[in-house]
Design a protein around this ligand. Structure first.
Ligand code: NAD
Ligand code: LMR
Length: 344
């Protein structure tokens, strides 16, 4: 396993414009071999920036942008970029949007306002995720799914239950996106250490809400030690990074630009895995046997069939062991809430 900062950089990947992939069976509209990617919720705060970034990704031959509003406008805009092909699909065309896709990225749903928890979004977003995943099960059951819509700790279980019911569930292909937690951890730890964040790799495990976000500061690369007050400051800031942005935006939504960056970075890793690149490792919330919970975020190896290996936690210090117990307690309820939703 190599750390994220030793992998080919995301930016340099982006610069390989129109490179030809080693996948003969996937010719895009523009005639280039590559992968077909759908973004569901493409006209939203995350969706628009993510559409821009995925349109720049040389591994993508065809981008399908789907939303219940404004997808044609976003598509017309990014279609003028001299990169891979793009098509637009409106509310009634979910099946067309999904047919033939290799990767489906889902940022559809409402964001938080100040004072709300991610779980407060469950009521609206659970139904949205369920309907979209029913479409995936029907139209592209072999696609990798990157689930961004909150609360991730519950929406991933909702998706799993939909796929189980449809008989298409492949645990390796359902990935909750927690990359923003890692990006924040790398950034905040780098600030404390006086390093460039691109040189720092912090594993963040557990889930994607409050105390379920557990940075493993004892495993930071390059190896570093932290005082108790630094550990408390960093853990607290990483766990509350989302709320920091929600409050700064003062009612105008939650993280969109940093999230689009994180989603594009994670999607790029999934595509490199699909292509067969070696040593593609990212943190993600996936089906797991690392703890007694059925889902948990840890580092995973991304390969031709998705999350091919789920890595163990590694040695934890006492502070992290206490955090792990708190994370598991909250996660258990959130995971079960997603399961129960599908059984209604
Ligand atoms: P937004 O409101 O700006 O955009 C959401 C988009 O989803 C809108 O364009 C809306 O029309 C679309 N949408 C709603 N229902 C849909 C459906 N049935 N099919 C297709 N599209 C639909 O919100 P945003 O800021 O982009 O955030 C989106 C979601 O991502 C929120 O739930 C937010 O909490 C979550 N989020 C997750 C992370 C993470 O780390 N996983 C980070 C940031 C935000
Ligand atoms: C984040 O971590 O930024 C997202 O989950 C959005 C939120 O509601 O905080």
């Amino acid at each position: 396993m190599i750390s994220a900062h030793l992998q080919p950089s995301f930016t340099s990947q982006m610069e390989e414009k129109n490179s030809v992939m080693g996948r003969e069976n996937c010719r895009g509209k523009g005639g280039k071999a590559g992968f077909k990617v759908a973004i569901l919720g493409a006209a939203g705060g995350i969706g628009q920036s993510l559409s821009l970034l995925m349109k720049m990704n040389p591994l993508v031959s065809l981008l399908h942008l789907y939303d219940v509003v404004n997808a044609p406008g976003v598509t017309a805009d990014v279609s003028h970029m001299d990169t891979g092909a793009v098509d637009s699909w409106d509310a009634k065309q979910l099946e067309d949007a999904l047919t033939g896709m290799d990767l489906v990225i889902i940022p559809a749903g409402v964001p938080r306002k100040p004072g709300m928890t991610r779980d407060d979004l469950f009521k609206i977003n659970a139904g949205i995720v369920k309907a979209l995943c029913e479409g995936v099960a029907k139209c592209c059951p072999n696609a990798i799914v990157n689930l961004i819509s909150n609360p991730v700790n519950s929406t991933v279980t909702i998706a799993a239950e939909v796929f189980k019911k449809a008989g298409t569930y492949d645990p390796k292909k359902l990935l909750g996106v927690t990359t923003l937690d890692v990006a924040r951890a790398n950034t905040f730890v780098a600030e404390v250490l006086g390093l460039d964040p691109r040189e720092v790799d912090v594993p963040v495990v557990g889930g994607h809400a409050g105390v379920t976000i557990l940075p493993l500061l004892s495993q930071v690369k390059p190896p570093s030690s932290f005082t108790l007050s630094e550990t408390e400051y960093l853990t607290n800031r990483i766990q509350n990074g989302g709320t920091e942005v929600v409050e700064a935006k003062a009612g105008a939504g939650s993280a969109t630009l940093s999230m689009a960056y994180a989603a594009a970075k994670f999607a790029d890793a999934c595509l490199r895995g699909l292509r067969g690149d070696a040593n593609v490792v990212e943190c993600s919330f996936v089906a797991s046997q690392v703890t007694e919970l059925p889902f948990f975020a840890t580092k995973v190896h991304l390969g031709r069939t998705g999350a091919e290996e789920v890595y163990h936690l590694g040695p934890l210090n006492e502070y992290e062991s206490v955090g792990l117990e708190k994370a598991k307690e909250e996660l258990a309820g959130s995971i079960q809430k997603g399961v129960d939703f599908n059984r209604k």
